[in-house]
Design a binder for this molecule. Structure first.
Ligand code: NAD
Length: 426
């Protein structure tokens, strides 16, 4: 019989006791348990307060993308990501953008949407009108929940109401529009949405079920633009190739998913490094890309009169500098210090610029030498490690693989053996 994963009271145990159970379940060695529990800056006690059932931490490399000039200001960009070549690609694209002055950005106010779902409303359009008439009362009730946010100039600002058709009938959806200032806002908005529920039920005479923030943050958009000189890209042919790549993504969701994935390589890495909610940003980005009914690229690429490439990006950007892990994770705090951003809006705009840079780098590679050449040079190190190389041997094997153009595990194993033998016979 297999081992059971049904473990009652797991949450009540210490991180050490939990690790012991997992060790037995998965036949981990003492060394493996040691590695899981070998925390760096994030101490086990801190991790244990962040999520449930903690046994250790999962370190991810933190790299710095260089060369970013955004609105005339220089930024070093912390990126937390396990995938090779992303940080190098962002730095490279940012360098190319500098030729024409770097990135320019803007954004909307940090408005998040909280949804309140009322069902079984007999006369939904009457209800809609009356909810709108009670706007001031609803906003007042919402704002009573968060005097700090209100004191900072944020808080509920407006409401919108829609009647939607669903498979279970019509629903009246009230949307609270909340300025979240420097917070991502989920807790703040959810609290407000719950607080106004009695008012909505009184007006609609229906039943309220869900009261929750929407991750499709269409009122909290970040935008970035950059011009890439054709000379910096390698000529007008490269510009044309990139526009063809963009056109492909705009017409075909299979290509577009990968186009947007490349953008999210950069975006998610900065979101994670700053302790923000990667899932919230990803859900928002992909839902925004599909808002017209067709899934389209988050970026647009065009050619200007000079034959240079002009790139723009626009996407929802619900990131914060307070709340969640942003202010409690010790590395996130340092990442924000490295970035030097003063507001959540500034952080969002920097992230949008990174997404645009990441996309340019990927499209340039795809439209010219192909993705594997550059990618594989870095990937070769991972393959070398997988083949058993350690220490100086890693780079030696990686170099040999890259030189040969065959970055494969079988070949890496042969090189490891060969180099070890050579070393032994010296
Ligand atoms: P929070 O509630 O921890 O902090 C926000 C609060 O901080 C504000 O309500 C305000 O009272 C206070 N504050 C102090 N200084 C502020 C400033 N300068 N600007 C704004 N507020 C300031 O955090 P939150 O941002 O409301 O919630 C974020 C967390 O919610 C994240 O951890 C996220 O993962 C989680 N979450 C997300 C979802 C979702 O995305 N669907 C759902 C639930 C929870």
């Amino acid at each position: 019989m297999g081992k059971s994963s049904q473990i009652s009271g797991f949450y009540k145990l210490s991180t050490q006791e939990r690790a012991k159970i997992v060790k037995e379940f998965a036949n981990l060695t003492d060394e493996e348990v040691g590695l899981i529990r070998a925390t760096g800056a994030l101490k086990l006690e801190q991790a244990d307060r962040m999520i449930e059932n903690v046994i250790g931490v999962m370190p991810v490399p933190l790299g710095i993308a260089v060369n970013f000039l955004i609105n005339g200001k220089d930024y070093l960009i912390p990126m937390a990501i396990e995938e090779p070549s992303v940080v190098a690609a962002a730095s490279n694209a940012a360098k190319m953008a500098r030729v024409k002055g770097g990135f320019t950005t803007n954004s909307t106010a940090p408005i998040m949407i909280g949804q309140i779902q009322a069902v079984h409303v007999v006369d939904p359009h009457r209800a809609k009108l009356e909810i709108l008439s009670a706007k001031e009362e609803i906003i007042k009730k919402a704002n009573e929940q968060d005097p700090i946010l209100v004191s900072l100039g944020g808080g509920a600002k407006d409401i919108e109401v829609k009647v939607i058709d669903t498979i279970t009938g019509q629903m009246v959806i009230t949307e609270l529009l909340v300025d979240c200032r420097d917070a991502m806002g989920a807790n703040a908005v959810n609290t407000m949405a719950e607080a106004v529920t009695p008012l909505i039920e009184k007006i609609t005479l229906g039943k309220v079920y869900l009261r929750i923030i929407s991750n499709l943050a269409t009122k909290r958009l970040a935008r970035a633009k950059a011009i890439f000189a054709k000379e910096a890209l390698g000529g007008e042919e490269v510009v044309d190739g990139i526009i063809e790549a963009y056109a492909f993504a705009a017409a075909d969701p299979y290509r577009c998913a990968t186009h947007n994935k490349g953008i999210m390589n950069g975006i998610t890495a900065v979101v994670l490094a700053t302790g923000n909610d990667t899932r919230a940003i990803e859900a928002g980005a992909h839902a925004y890309a599909a808002r017209s009914g067709q899934y389209i690229p988050l970026t647009v690429w065009e050619k200007n009169n000079d034959g240079d490439l002009v790139g723009t990006i626009e996407l929802p950007m619900a990131v914060g500098l307070v709340g969640g892990a942003t202010a409690s994770h010790p590395i996130a705090k340092i990442a924000i210090k490295i970035l030097g951003v003063k507001t959540a809006t500034e952080l969002g705009e920097v992230i949008a610029a990174v997404g645009l840079a990441q996309n340019l780098a990927a499209l340039k590679e795809l439209a010219t030498i192909g993705i594997q050449k550059g990618h594989m040079a870095l990937h070769a190190r991972n393959i070398a490690i997988m083949a058993g190389a350690t220490g100086e041997l890693i780079d030696k094997v990686a170099e040999a693989l890259a030189k040969e153009g065959k970055v494969r595990l079988d070949r890496a194993k042969q090189f490891v053996e060969q180099f070890i033998k050579q070393e032994a016979s010296k």
